[in-house]
Design a protein around this ligand. Structure first.
Ligand SMILES: CC(C)(COP(=O)(O)OP(=O)(O)OC[C@H]1O[C@@H](n2cnc3c(N)ncnc32)[C@H](O)[C@@H]1OP(=O)(O)O)[C@@H](O)C(=O)NCCC(=O)NCCS
Length: 163
């Protein structure tokens, strides 16, 4: 059975291993340690399958906004709902902290992750051109507003609102 719980120091080696196997410019274990101990905004969860860490995800929460930093699942556990559990855990954590707007960046080509987020109410709102330095790929910015939230969206035709 897979459960989602808060990341601790004991998870750092396993988390760094998944990170290394997953991302082109991986964070070292020390970066996750810094997140756990030196960043009051940061909250990290791991997916635990019978005492084995098989995935993780993180979010920075500042006032009423939450930014998902990373989510990764060990390759042989993908497609079994683990990424969904982690994302649901981050959404629940954010809502417990009063977050009304969640944001994240995802590679334009990463349709699996985009589908995962879209199923949970995230909507593509914009992009950052050439955001990923390894390939120069654009990031799609996805946002999830808590129902009944207070954030308004400015559309290109609404520029006068800013004056
Ligand atoms: C993205 C990632 C975290 C998803 O984790 P996962 O455990 O495989 O995801 P789940 O099994 O919970 O699937 C959740 C949803 O993702 C989508 N999905 C998952 N695997 C998919 C696949 N092979 N093809 C298409 N969609 C897929 C589906 O919408 C799925 O929901 P559904 O099965 O109910 O239709 C995982 O693939 C991963 O670690 N990828 C590399 C790192 C990464 O891209 N992180 C995100 C950075 S923004």
């Amino acid at each position: 059975m897979v459960t989602v719980r808060a990341m601790t120091d004991r998870d750092l080696a396993a988390v760094a291993e998944i990170e290394q196997a997953t991302f082109a410019t991986p964070w070292p274990a020390a970066a996750f340690a810094q997140e756990l101990h030196g960043n009051d905004c940061a909250h990290y969860l791991v997916a635990d399958a019978n005492d084995q860490v098989v995935g993780f995800g993180g979010i920075w929460i500042v006032t009423d906004q939450g930014h998902i930093t990373n989510i990764a699942v060990q390759e042989d556990y993908r497609g079994q709902g683990v990424g969904g559990l982690i994302t649901d855990g981050l959404i629940a954590l954010a809502e417990q902290h009063g977050v009304v707007l969640m944001t994240l960046e995802v590679r334009r080509s990463n349709l699996v992750a985009q589908r995962l987020y879209a199923k949970r109410g995230f909507v593509a709102r914009g992009w950052r051109r050439g955001y990923y330095t390894d390939t120069g790929e654009d990031a799609i910015i996805m946002c999830r507003e808590k129902r009944g939230g207070v954030i308004g969206w400015i559309h290109p035709g609404d520029r006068n609102i800013l004056r």
